[in-house]
Design a protein around this ligand. Structure first.
Ligand code: F6P
Length: 455
């Protein structure tokens, strides 16, 4: 059996405090003993390390590199999160591009390849994750590595008309073609990659392959999932804790509406608060009867757009509560610290509505966690953006266009009024989808396709 080598920018060490974000959630469950996990240590140092620090937890080896302050700035803050992130979320107006950032991005990928190569065996399955590391395969190939290299993108991919806004768009597409398998969350993202390879790099494409410079890359859709049984168990356990008892007491029998996201402009937080404001303005029967808890875990605080989003949300929260609060009811509870996953599971289970309305999202695992956490006898309702990859599978959620705050308000109203039988019917179908498309199943289907690609 070939060894699995996972390469990702963030390296979530097993048993340590969980990080926010889909990658950590989904991949932690597949790192089995014997796996090597390589990536950034999360630390900055005087210089970018040339040899990794090696550690081990629960049989998984971890090899991590520190980044210099300048590499962190250009690679992580700059090209990854101020260029690629907005671009791949269709926000070209927020995209900032500089040649220095791009050079930093390339150079960190080169350093990763040089530090990783001595750890690799020819028959490893090297599985690279996410937009930070698109050039890694090309760098490893340049150093002579001939083994299998696979890539999975955890965020959306865009059509060529959007991608071409990026000055080195064609180069980026060519770099993706240095992998043997390129995986995306949905069929649409895979098709957008195929179209970009054809239009921007002149590649020959079929339904599921790209041929460029004599190399063939297989392309596929692999919807990521969670470990629903474990999350459901954790939700049940949480109900017996003092934390959930305190939340319950503070709610005073009011319906809980819950959202949990990284504080990120792709998550549609201002639109969602606007939607809640429209609910309260148009349906006064819910005043004092519902409480909205928005958890927005602070994220990427060195990127300017995230700082201005935080200021905007502070202002909106104050406006909304100032407008609708009574002395004994504050409609919106807004917090920016991260909540530990077992507590989150309990909050989801006690909620009447899970509000998941990103403007654009590769998959969105919070939607799947909300479903897994529900009590099938008395389930809450999922309100889900049509622009989350999860909407392809979770068709029995109340699907909304997150740009229309009145549509969000209508869905929240419908969810608050929904009879038990309809909630159960919708939940049964959502539950089936979540329990069928698990993290384990995602990994198994990717790795099966990966092992089958001819090299
Ligand atoms: O899911 C996309 C993603 O960028 C992951 O790669 C990452 O772990 C997560 O979001 C959190 O972002 P960051 O690593 O920038 O804190």
């Amino acid at each position: 059996m070939a060894r699995l080598v996972i390469v990702s920018n963030r390296v979530p060490v097993l048993g340590r405090r969980a990080q926010a974000g889909g990658l950590a959630v989904a991949l932690q469950s597949v790192a089995s003993p014997g796996t090597l996990w390589f990536g950034w240590s999360g630390q900055t140092a005087h210089e970018t390390s040339s040899t990794p620090k090696i550690g081990e937890a629960r049989g998984v080896s971890y090899a991590t590199l520190d980044l210099s302050a300048s590499d962190y700035q250009h690679f992580y803050v700059g090209f990854s999160n101020a260029t690629l992130w907005p671009l791949f979320h269709f926000r070209t107006g927020l995209m900032r591009y500089s040649r220095d950032d791009y050079a930093g991005y390339r150079s960190v990928n080169r350093s990763f390849a040089e530090a990783l190569l001595p750890l690799l065996r020819p028959d490893d399955l090297v599985w690279v994750h996410d937009y930070h590391l698109i050039p890694l395969a090309e760098e490893l190939r340049r150093l002579g590595y001939t083994g299998r290299l696979g890539f999975f993108l955890h965020i959306p991919f865009v059509p060529p008309a959007v991608l071409q806004v990026l000055p080195p768009a064609a180069e980026l597409v060519r770099m993706l073609c240095a992998y043997d398998l390129a995986g995306f969350h949905t069929r649409r993202f895979a098709q957008d990659f195929l179209a970009s390879a054809k239009d921007l790099a002149g590649a020959q494409v079929t339904e599921d392959t790209v041929r460029l410079d004599g190399r063939v890359t297989s392309v596929g859709a692999f919807p990521i999932g969670i470990d629903p049984a474990a999350f459901a168990r954790s939700a049940v356990r949480a109900m017996e804790t003092g934390y959930i008892a305190r939340v319950r007491e503070s709610l005073q029998s009011r319906a809980l509406i819950v959202s949990a996201d990284r504080l990120d402009y792709s998550k549609g937080l201002p639109n969602r608060l606007e939607g809640f404001g429209r609910l309260l303005a148009r349906f006064p029967q819910h005043h004092r009867k519902a409480s909205f808890l928005q958890i927005a875990a602070r994220s990427r605080e060195d990127v300017a757009e995230y700082q201005s989003l935080r200021r905007e949300l502070d202002r909106m929260t104050g406006d909304l509560n100032g407008r609708f609060s009574h002395f004994d009811w504050v409609p919106l509870r807004y917090m920016t610290q991260m909540v530990q996953r077992p507590r989150l599971a309990g909050l989801f289970r006690m909620a009447r509505i899970g509000l998941v309305t990103p403007l654009q999202d590769g998959m969105n695992l919070v939607a799947k966690e909300f479903v897994a956490a529900q009590d099938s006898e008395d389930p809450g309702v999922l309100v889900l953006s049509r622009f989350a990859g999860a909407a392809e599978q979770l068709r029995d959620a109340l699907i909304v266009n997150p740009y229309d705050s009145d549509e969000i308000a209508d869905a929240m109203h419908a969810a608050l009024e929904m009879p038990l039988e309809e909630r159960q019917r919708r939940h049964d179908s959502l539950r089936e989808a979540v329990f069928q498309g698990t993290a384990a199943q995602f990994c198994a289907s990717y790795l099966e396709a990966f092992q089958a690609v001819p090299i």
